[in-house]
Write a protein that binds this ligand. Structure first.
Ligand SMILES: Cc1cc2nc3c(=O)[nH]c(=O)nc-3n(C[C@H](O)[C@H](O)[C@H](O)COP(=O)(O)OP(=O)(O)OC[C@H]3O[C@@H](n4cnc5c(N)ncnc54)[C@H](O)[C@@H]3O)c2cc1C
Length: 480
């Protein structure tokens, strides 16, 4: 007889429901499973990125390329059958609604799934019994397996301003947090995708007269070039697997293979160095050379899952070298903004609505936010919005479930971000070693899975995790 499996998925965002999808749609799934998914009601199915918010917060991937998995209805056909237009770029909120529908379909098809509209406050592991107790609202619940998919860690606070009045520490949901700012002198900290969300909302929806975006470098993500259909010739999984020796791979060899791949498509590697530091000039360059930039971005997105699979085989010094020297160049080209978004930024900057200020030096909060730059300029802002993005350092998360699992030594911080996991995404405990019943997916695997937060990579990683779960189950049943 099959042993009863009680599974908990902590976090009902994209990662959590992708795991759920691959678990219940596996040929190995049967009714000996009970699966409880925990999250707040407003987050269940959509998670942070795709929550209900302003319709001007756009996906940065074209509609036809966003998906839950490869089954129907895909996002595009869902949009059309629900009365929306399938524009090239649509709002993240719509993708969230699509995901919620897909989750409800799964629940209707499988009566063993329970959506639990509450969060998990604590989690303990009994290694001798191999079971987990999850605490929610003061009550403990027993599980045989846990999938930890709690998403991004807490926000960075680079100038330690949290708690200052008129400082908006976390800007989401933007419609709630920023709606009162419009008549004030608004400063935004950061110039990445979250800063762009804030700028678009304030200028388009709130008709803000002027917005200042401050950052150390002033650099924004690149602009997405047209889709470029090309097949990888050299940088393939097979080639990289052959380069692994004694469980290590050399960064030098990986880099050489990558450059060979670029050369074989006539992509000039010097495109990585195209940026001047002048944001508007850089965005304009990308728009004017979108074909070439698009090819580079496309190779990066093709290479990403393959590189992510061998990322754990880099030695510590190679990983450090990669992150210091090469990662910033990859990152700039990895999650590009849509062309219409870039065009608006240029238009607003030219008309004086948007000021992109680089070289931020210090912020004084005595009366207003007095912001000084390294070249001696000063700006006084009434309100300051933190759009610097989430931190990768779990030790900075002193509240919530992450702090609890660190406290119990159930997980350990990875020096490269997130928590330590093995190559199958099992959590590694300093106390009991690899915890076979517990898998992690999403931002918490930052140090092991390279730039794996896009829906495509999360979906394929979720599939691998579900396959691993069933392989282990079969192995255990064969032993009994
Ligand atoms: C602003 C923004 C825009 C993005 N745009 C795109 C895009 O256009 N295309 C793309 O491919 N990717 C995009 N991404 C990447 C995005 O992170 C992933 O696509 C995906 O949404 C991550 O899903 P997740 O489930 O790992 O995390 P999340 O979506 O953060 O979900 C984690 C869930 O866990 C819940 N949770 C946390 N703690 C607990 C607890 N203790 N108990 C229970 N539940 C808990 C949270 O409430 C949350 O709902 C974007 C990300 C951000 C932040």
């Amino acid at each position: 007889m099959k042993q009863q499996r009680r599974i908990a998925i902590i976090g009902g965002g994209f990662s959590g429901i992708s795991i759920l999808n691959h678990l219940v749609n596996s040929a190995d799934y049967d009714n000996s499973f009970t699966i409880d998914v925990y999250d707040e009601e407003t987050m269940m199915g959509n998670g942070h990125a795709y929550q209900e918010d302003s319709m001007h917060l756009l996906l940065n991937i074209p509609t036809h390329d966003m998906s839950f998995d490869n089954t129907e209805p895909n996002f595009e056909s869902w949009l059309l059958s629900n009365g929306y237009t399938a524009d090239t770029y649509v709002s993240r909120t719509l993708f969230g609604r699509y995901l919620r529908d897909r989750l409800h379909e799964l629940c209707t098809a499988h009566e063993n799934i329970n959506l639990k509209y509450s969060t998990i406050d604590d989690l303990q592991y009994d290694a001798s019994e191999r079971c987990f107790t999850l605490f929610s609202e003061g009550t403990g619940h027993l599980y045989t397996h846990v999938f930890l998919t709690v998403g991004q860690l807490g926000y960075n606070d680079p100038y330690q301003l949290q708690g200052s009045s008129s400082y908006i520490f976390d800007p989401y949901p933007i419609e709630d947090k920023l709606s009162q700012c419009a008549g004030m002198k608004i400063g935004i900290l950061g110039s990445g995708l979250s800063a762009i969300d804030c700028i678009r909302y304030l200028i388009i929806e709130k008709d803000a007269r002027e917005v200042h975006a401050f950052s150390r470098s002033g650099e924004m993500p690149s602009v997405r070039g047209p889709h470029s259909e090309l097949e990888l010739r050299y940088f393939t999984s097979d080639a990289l697997q052959k380069m692994i020796s004694n469980d290590e791979i050399s960064l030098k060899e990986v880099k050489a293979l990558f450059l060979k791949e670029l050369a074989s498509h006539n992509i000039d590697w010097r495109l990585f160095y195209r940026r001047t530091g002048n944001t508007i000039q850089d965005l304009t360059y990308d728009l004017e050379h979108s074909e070439a930039v698009g090819q580079l971005q496309y190779v990066i997105s093709k290479v990403n899952p393959i590189f992510s699979d061998i990322y754990q085989y880099l030695s510590r010094s190679d990983k450090r070298r990669f992150l210091d020297r090469y990662h910033p160049f990859i990152e700039e080209n990895h999650s590009p903004m849509p062309i219409p978004v870039a065009e608006k930024i240029i238009e607003w900057a030219n008309s004086g609505k948007l000021h992109i200020i680089e070289g931020i030096d210090s912020i004084d909060t005595s009366e207003f936010f007095d912001i000084s730059t390294v070249d001696g300029k000063g700006f006084a802002m009434d309100v300051l919005i933190n759009a610097t993005g989430p931190s990768g350092d779990v030790l900075k998360n002193d509240s919530g479930i992450i702090s609890k699992i660190l406290e119990h030594f159930l997980a350990s911080p990875d020096e490269f971000g997130g928590v330590l996991v093995d190559q199958n995404n099992h959590v590694i405990s300093a106390k009991t070693g690899t915890v076979e019943g517990m898998f992690v997916l999403g931002a918490l695997t930052y140090g092991s899975n390279y730039l794996s937060q896009s829906v495509h990579l999360l979906n394929s990683d979720a599939k691998k995790i579900a396959q691993q779960f069933y392989a282990e189950r079969k192995q255990k049943e064969a032993q009994h």
